[in-house]
Structures are given as C-alpha cells and as structure tokens.
Write a protein that binds this ligand. Structure first.
Ligand code: SF4
Ligand code: SF4
Length: 313
C-alpha cells in the first residue's frame, strides 16, 4: 500500500503529454467537473433517511447507471487512507465499482494513446460514481462518493484495492495492483460508501496471488526493474496475505515521464484482449490451485504443520 507521502506525489503528477491533445484537455475538464460536483453532493444531507438497501434494488440501480462489475463490503480501519477520517468511514458499507480500460488503446503503452485511455477510464469511472451517488442520495441514503482520482483537493479517503479484494472481485498481483477475476489487470476502481444495511460479498481466493508467486511475466516487462523478481518459497496458501510491493521510487521516476507507463498491467498475462479469454485463464489458474496446490498443502499441513514465512519487501 502507498504511504501518504507517495499517495500525495502520485496524485499531483501530470504525466508527460496528458494535456497535449484536445481530447485530453476535454477529459481533464470533465474529471475536474466530476470532482467538484461529487464534493458538493457529498456535503448534502438526505432529506429522509433510509437505512436498508436490498441487493436487488442496488443491482437495478447499478444497471441503470451502466455499472457492469461491482462488489459490496464493509470498511475497516486498515482501508481508510487518512487516519483522521476513520470515524467517518469505518464500519460503513462500501460499493466498489470496477471500470475496464480498453485493451487495444492501452496496448501501445507507454504512449499518448494509452495516457488518453487512462484519462478516459477515470472519466467513465467518475461518471458512474457521480450518477450512483446522486441516485442513492435522492432515494434517501447517507452516501459518500469516492472519485477514482480523489476529491478536488486530491484527498483520497479510501484504499480501493484492498476493498476490492474484500468484496470478492479479485486478488492482488505481483505488481502490487488489483487483478479483477473478470476484467483482469487493466481496470480502474472507485467507490461509494453508504451507511445502510446491505448484504455484503465475501473475499474469494481463486489462486491468482499464488499464481503470481510463480508467473513473474510482468517482471521482465518493467523498464526500470521496479517489480520484485523474488521467489516466495513459503506455503502457497498463505500467499494471499502477502503484501506484494513494487519499488515505488523507481516506478515513479519512469511513470511520470513516460505517459503514466502502465506496461506492467498491459503485459500481465491476465490482461488479454477479451473478457472471455481472461475468464478462461482465471478458471485454469483456479483449477490448478484447487486440484494441485491446496490438496498438497493440506497433506503437508497434517504431517508437519505449516511454517509461515512472512515476507515483507
Ligand atoms: S508502471 Fe511501469 S515503471 Fe511502474 S512498475 Fe509498472 S512497468 Fe514498472
Ligand atoms: S504477469 Fe503474472 S506475475 Fe505479473 S501480475 Fe500478471 S499474473 Fe501476476
């Protein structure tokens, strides 16, 4: 996870080329507008307060605003970015939204085209977040919309990735980034926290983090060797608790001068052109994990007990 200083650096950068074209200027203006509108909306108090949101009703609302992939979980202290904001968000439920980036436009990364597509995905995620926040407010729910780029003062209140794992949407990859079970690694996240009773989803371990311990394909594709090549020799079943981290300083120096880089996500093997192909690969990994990895570990565990070697980069 990024510490507050790195988060601030990341939120302030303007990757080279991102204000060059008219399309990018339009997208930037759209993003700033979304942030302003969301900030105003967040300060509004609902006129009547509704305390229960049925999943069926939520599904329909999400469909209305064009969200194809989402999960619901509860916020704990670890997922609140600013400790001073813990009281406001801890124990609230949160709806995490996943927006897919366009593979064909990202495939040229790092480039002007991929940098534009990143802005485009942020704008799409921002639109959905704004629309859903507005809908839920108008229905009487106490909600707070979290724009994918933070508020207009660059404040980020929630850590989206760990919330997305907890909501059963995917797992953490060797790149330190979230990998969605359906859309793969080329995604952007946003969220709406809500103070209401609502059925939550559970985290799922389908073996992606365990697979990343072996795969390493992204490692060789990082131009500045920011992704660790280390082996993870401890029992695979503890891998989901491992905090994969990259060398942020190396990444950052390249990232800010090269169109927000993104090579590691574009080259990830769980990021191929179609959703069907990603699903097939995730299914294959899950079969390997369920049929070959987990049974071996159970036997070892019964015989010797598991020695947990916790790795922290
Ligand atoms: S964004 Fe680029 S520099 Fe950063 S880790 Fe990924 S490939 Fe490396
Ligand atoms: S390329 Fe392989 S190791 Fe890297 S994030 Fe993707 S699946 Fe994991």
């Amino acid at each position: 996870m990024l510490n507050p200083a790195n988060q601030e650096r990341l939120s302030k950068i303007k990757p080279r080329g991102t204000t060059v074209t008219d399309e990018q200027k339009r997208l930037r203006a759209r993003l700033i507008n979304q942030q302003k509108n969301l900030d105003l909306l967040n300060l509004e108090n609902p006129r009547r307060l509704k305390r229960v949101l049925e999943r069926q009703e939520l599904n329909e609302l999400l469909e209305e605003v064009g969200v194809k992939r989402f999960g619901v979980t509860e916020i704990s202290k670890e997922e609140v970015f600013l400790v001073s904001e813990s009281d406001r968000f801890v124990n609230s439920k949160v709806i995490v939204l996943v927006t897919k980036q366009d593979y064909s436009r990202m495939n040229s990364a790092p480039s002007l085209e991929s940098a534009t597509e990143i802005l485009h995905a942020y704008a799409e995620a921002g639109d959905k977040t704004l629309k859903l926040t507005s809908k839920l407010k108008s229905l009487g729910y106490d909600v707070w919309g979290h724009h994918p780029l933070g508020d207009r003062f660059d404040n980020h209140f929630l850590l989206f990735s760990p919330l997305a794992y907890k909501a059963g949407l995917g797992e953490k990859g060797r790149t330190g980034l979230f990998i969605d079970f359906k859309f793969g690694s080329l995604v952007r996240l946003s969220a709406i926290s809500i103070n209401a009773e609502i059925e939550i989803d559970q985290p799922i371990d389908r073996g992606i983090s365990a697979f990343c311990a072996r795969c390493k394909y992204c490692v060789g594709n990082c131009p500045v060797s920011a992704i660790t090549n280390r082996d993870y020799p401890f029992p695979l079943q503890v891998i989901p608790s491992v905090d994969y981290k990259i060398d942020f300083d190396r990444c950052f120096k390249y990232f800010e001068k090269h169109f927000a880089c993104s090579l590691c996500t574009v080259k990830c093997v769980l990021n191929q052109p179609t959703v069907d192909e990603i699903e097939k690969r995730v299914k294959r990994i899950e079969n390997w994990y369920t049929n070959w990895v987990l049974p071996t570990l159970t036997i070892k565990s019964e015989q010797n007990g598991i020695q947990v070697d916790v790795i922290s980069d």
